[in-house]
Every structure is written in C-alpha cells, then in structure tokens.
Design a protein around this ligand. Structure first.
Ligand code: 6R9
Length: 657
C-alpha cells in the first residue's frame, strides 16, 4: 500500500517516561497488580456472558433476576439482562440505608458564593422521594421524558434520581446552552416537564436560566406541560400561572415515601444529546441495568474507591461525565461525592485547590483544558494550598499532552498520586480505556489499557488490527453493558454513525468511536484525536494531538490547536493556533523557534507552516477545542456548521481579525 492511500494515521511522537503505582496504594487496592488485572481481563475474554452476568448479580440489586445476559441477535441493537427488573435510584440510595452507610455523607455541595449543603444517604433518600412524588403530582409517569436545565445545585442530582425512581427518563441539557439549543432538545425528546432554576452563580455573578426556558417554550414546545423552578439566586423571574411551579412550594410538602419503580433492564433511563459536528444533535439513549452496571463498575475500578474517599469530579451534570461520575457511579457504590457550583475565576484563581483543602478531597477528576489553564498561570497558586489528602487524579475529555500530564502529577499530585487518563464517550456510558491506579504503570499521555471486558482495538477500515506503533481507528469488537442503545427517534442514524465505518469481511460488527489511536509495544493505547481532524501532509496522515503536544512541550506555550489548510504542493499545510504562558509575548522570533522546536521533537514533516498567536482557543462548553472552526478560519472560509456549543463567541471574533 502506498502512503497516499494509507487509510490509517502515522504516529510521530515518542514518550519514554513511565510511573509505577505507589506500592502502598497497590497493596491496599481492589485490583493491586498487573497479574490481577490480566486475570480479570482474561476471564472476561474467555466468557463474556459469565463475567458480565456475575458482575450484574453481585453488584446490583434486582427486584426480579434476569434470564439472559446479552441478546445480540439483531446487531447493532443490544439487549442486556432481559427479564430482570431493577431501579437505579434504589441502587444509589435504598440499598445503602440498612447499615452504617445510611448516616454517611452521600453528597457534599459547595456553592459558588461560599454557601454549602450536604446530605447523608438517609437525607438524600428523603429528598429524592419527595421530588419523585412531586413529579407524579405534575402528571409525570413511567416513560415520560423530563428535561433538566439546571445550574450545579443539589436539586439537579436529586431531580435525576427522582426521575430514575419513577421510571421517567431524563434529558439533562447543559445550563449554558441557548434557548434555541434547549428548544431543539425539548422538541426532539418530546419533554413533558422542564426542571430549571431562576439562575445560578457563575464568575461571581447571578446568571439567569429561567428566561431561556420561557423563550424556548414561547417559540412552541407543545409537549411541555409544566416547569418546575428551583429558587437559587432569588432574582425576580417571569412566572406563568398554571404552567410554572416553584420547587420549594411543591416538593417540600410531599410525602417522603415513594417506593422505587421496578424497571425492566432495557427501559430507557436517559437521553443525552451530543452535538454532531454538523446537523442536528444526536440523542444518545442509555437504558437502565446496563448503564447502571457500567457506571458502577468503572467507578469502582478506576478510582479504586474506598469507604472513606471524598470524590470530586469537576464536570457539569449536563455532560455524561457528570451523570456517570458525579451522580450515578459514586452513589451506586455508596461513596461520598462532591459537587461544586463554581469554577476558578479572577477573584479566586485557587478555587479548586481551596475546595480540595477544605473538604479533604481524596480523588480529583478534571479535564485537560483545566489543567492547561492552570499551567498557564504557574504553580504559585496551587502551591499555596494543602492538597495532601489527594490520592488519585483523573483526567477526561481530550487527549492529555504529556507535559500537562507531568505537571498535573507533579504540581497537583505532589508526585505521589497516580494519574488515570480515562478515554470514553457519551456513547460508551462509562470509561473504556484507563489505568487502574493500583495496577497499571502509567505513561504520560497514554490512556493505557482497556478495562476488563472491553475488546478495544486499533484497526484499519476492514477491521484488521494494525501493527504496533501504527495509527488507525479506535474500535470496540464486542458489546459492553454501558453502550448506548440507539439514537433517540432515529435507529438508522445509530447504525450509520457508529457501525458502518469499519466493515470486516467476516460480517462481524465493530463499534467505531470516531477517534484515531495507536498502540505501543506494551499494548498501551495512545489516542491521537478525532479522525475528522487528521491532516494529510504530502501523503503523511498526521494526528493533531502529537503536533500539539510537541508545541505544548515548549516552555512558553500554554495551549495549541493544530489544523490543516489546503496547500497546492503538499495537499495540506499545517496551521497552529497557540496561546502563550502568562507574561510571554508572541513575535516572529518565537514563531521561528517554535517551528524549529516541533522539527526537533517530531521531524520536519510536522513543522507548522503558519503559527498564529492568540489569547484563547474556541472550545465547547465541556472544554474540547473546536478544530472545525479553526479549520475554516485557516482556510479563509466563513465559519459554517453548528456553533451552538461554543463556550465563548468573543473568542471567534478575536480570531477573525
Ligand atoms: C467523556 C467524554 C468524547 C470524545 C472522545 C475523544 C475525547 C475523551 C479522552 C478523549 C483522549 C481521553 N476524549 N476522553 N480523548 N483521551 N482520555 O468526554 O465524552 O463529551 O462524548 O466526548 O472526547 O475524542 O471521542 P464526550
């Protein structure tokens, strides 16, 4: 095969550093050695049904036992644990009430202005039962979709658990989305109820939410009958009699008795929209038992959860990370989970570290975008706080550049804490590829190995594994319990989007995630970014991740985004958008130096043709760099396609000039 027609991706960056799990942590861990991990993975490989069946029986409560583990007779539509009935809210609450966990803290909430609340399992159970009865009072029943458009307040988690309790699927729409984005999702999901708040606090200001709901509904969402409104900021807000109801007026007076509804394993649990890069957002559908098992098991494995852990995931509940690792994974395991309304901001750059110090957080889970932002302003801020309570650090959302990984481990983790780089997606329900902190030696920038039972591979378009070191498509060969079941209202789109890219000759089904990756000689996975972002320079297909990491390894660079632009000679040329550390000025000398630096780190082929210094990069609200937008700018085109998920539109305006 010539280079020109190579369907895979070339890998250019080499990383040699490696860190063993801390011996003490390994000695006490649930999975405390590579041998233990390999034994578990081998059992799952030899008998997947036996492995998942046993896990489901031992880790979840069932009202009625299931008859079959997996029905894969109509691929790609999987059915897991059929015949069984269970309830996610029961698994997260009721089953912890019999013993000492009843009075353990389930949820610690820290508000941005410095207020806070916490709930024991017993208290959270009462709140959820009341909210569930309130939903019933509003006419919501099993199968009715409830949309949440909420700030990061405890009622968001309570409402999710209340929906699960009565079998009403939820659709959480990120509170930062516009009225139009909300409306699209309300209409697509045919929501019957919207739960929202007057507003929330963001960057030291009250930010209103309710007006966006009013606007969305004014433009016509006939399925929505009521709006349940949490009072958070206390600011005046429009109120439509008959339609709008205050949470405190309805929920607080409800009975605290609301038995969890036995749900069939494959009953719809929630819909969560992911923005397709073009076209209308996809409603990813997850169902009851499989999702619960996967959120539960992955949380237990990747954070090696212990009874006294304080777990903090900084995501918003509007993202899958918030669903699985603020709410469902931790509570299903009886852990203590922390939820924070705020974010680091000029008045409080050390906001995160203050929360860690105050609540003695032991597990901290955040995104590379946040880590790079902290690096940009230097270690002086985190160094002011005592973060000795931390024992495990996690990252999710984007490939993490090796230098950001090193900084995280060193500055935040005091060189003591293992870093778990967790690769997964909304569609996968929970983490798929990640180190186990007590077992897996880590390498900066690698998500390491698939979790037990996950048949992940790097393949070509025919589904053949590509050789070690070669880039290819990151795919999964076997169904797993947490996989999405369909696209809401559009099963054909589900098949087309995820199952038709890779076509093995033997007719088997591979799930393709959209990411490129390579494996090294130890079998470790190195995610190279979205394949849509691959750049073809003179027939060499280069992933964006590796060039960006080479740039970020330069001491002056904070963050980099690399895209291709049409080039008559080379097919594509490389354009890099670069933000610099605080206090560094971008000039022609630095541009030349950075080009040289990339040439030395990777090779001349990867040297950017153009470097543009900028103050900020366009990102989604969950912190992912939107290379699609930069690609249009680099090519001198108008930015087209959906920009509704862009976090800050002014970034775009600044880049246009
Ligand atoms: C959980 C979440 C999914 C996409 C995914 C990939 C990127 C997430 C990553 C990662 C490299 C990691 N991604 N984690 N890339 N290393 N550890 O983020 O879900 O919002 O659906 O995004 O995010 O490109 O395909 P979602």
């Amino acid at each position: 095969m010539t280079q020109d027609s190579s369907p895979t991706i070339e890998s250019v960056l080499q990383e040699e550093r490696q860190f063993a799990p801390p011996p003490q942590l390994a000695a006490e861990a649930r999975i405390g050695s590579m041998a233990a991990y390999q034994a578990l993975a081998a059992r799952a490989e030899a008998d997947p049904d036996g492995f998942w069946g046993e896990a489901a029986r031992s880790e979840l409560h069932w009202f009625a036992p299931f008859d079959t583990v997996l029905d894969w007779s109509d691929p790609p539509f999987a059915r897991w644990f059929e015949g069984g009935t269970t309830n996610l809210s029961f698994n997260c609450l009721d089953r912890h009430l019999d013993g000492p966990r009843a009075d353990k803290t389930a949820l610690i909430w820290e508000g941005e202005p410095g207020d806070g609340r916490s709930f024991t399992y017993r208290e959270l159970h009462v709140e959820v039962c009341r909210a569930a009865n309130a939903l019933k009072a509003l006419g919501v029943g099993k199968g009715d979709l409830v949309a949440l458009y909420m700030p990061m307040v405890p009622e968001a988690a309570i409402a999710m658990l209340a929906c699960a309790r009565i079998g009403a699927p939820h659709s959480v729409v990120f509170g930062g989305f516009s009225a139009e984005a909300l409306r699209d999702r309300l209409i697509d999901g045919q929501a019957k109820l919207v739960i929202t708040a007057d507003g929330g606090f963001r960057k030291d200001k009250a930010v209103a939410l309710k007006p966006a709901v009013d606007q969305a509904l004014a433009e016509g969402c006939p399925s929505v009958e009521h709006v349940l409104v949490v009072r958070r900021t206390g600011e005046a807000t429009g109120f439509e009699a008959g339609r709008d109801v205050w949470w405190h007026e309805l929920v607080d007076g409800q009975s605290a008795d609301c038995p969890a509804e036995p749900m069939a394993s494959e009953d719809r649990l929630f819909v969560l929209y992911t923005s397709g890069s073009t076209g209308k957002p996809k409603g990813v559908v997850h169902t009851t038992a499989g999702y619960n098992l996967w959120a539960h098991l992955t949380f237990q494995w990747i954070f090696d959860i212990r009874e006294d852990d304080i777990h903090w995931c900084t995501a918003d509940v509007g993202w899958i990370t918030g669903h699985s690792y603020i709410v469902y994974g931790p509570l299903s395991n009886g852990a203590t989970t922390l939820m924070y309304e705020g974010a680091p901001r000029p008045s409080k750059p050390g906001a995160f570290w203050e929360v860690i110090e105050k609540h003695r957080v032991t597990i901290f889970y955040t995104a590379p975008t946040a880590i790079r932002a902290f690096m940009k302003s230097g270690r002086a801020v985190p160094d002011r706080y005592d973060m000795g309570s931390l024992r495990i650090l996690g990252t999710v959302g984007e490939p993490i550049n090796p230098e950001a990984w090193m900084w995280y481990r060193d500055v935040i983790g005091g060189d003591r804490c293992p870093v778990v780089d967790t690769w997964w997606q909304t569609e996968t329900g929970g983490v798929m590829i990640s180190p186990l902190p007590g077992a897996t030696p880590t390498k900066p920038g690698s998500a390491t190995l698939p979790l037990p039972g996950i048949a992940a591979d790097v393949v070509d378009l025919e589904g053949n594994s590509v050789p070690t070191g070669q880039g290819g498509y990151l795919a999964v060969r076997r169904p797993w319990p947490g996989m999405m079941r369909t696209v809401h209202g559009d099963p054909e789109r589900f098949r087309r989007s995820y199952w038709e890219h890779i076509r093995p000759a033997d007719g088997s089904w591979l799930y393709f995630a959209g990411d490129g990756a390579r494996r090294d000689a130890d079998g470790y996975f190195w995610v190279m970014g979205r394949v849509d972002d691959v750049i073809n320079v003179s027939g060499h297909r280069l992933g964006t991740m590796e060039i960006e990491s080479a740039l970020v390894s330069h001491p002056s660079v904070a963050e980099a985004a690399v895209v291709g632009r049409p080039d008559e000679l080379k097919g594509e040329g490389i354009v890099a958008f670069v933000t610099l550390d605080v206090g560094v000025e971008g000039d022609a000398a630095l541009e030349a130096e950075l080009r040289r630096h990339v040439g030395l780190e990777i090779g001349p082929i990867a040297r950017p043709d153009v470097i543009r210094f900028t103050d900020a990069l366009p990102k989604t609200r969950s912190g992912k760099i939107m290379r699609r937008i930069l690609r249009s700018l680099a090519a001198g085109e108008d930015v087209s396609g959906d920009t509704s998920t862009l976090e800050d539109r002014s970034v775009l305006d600044a880049l246009r000039v």
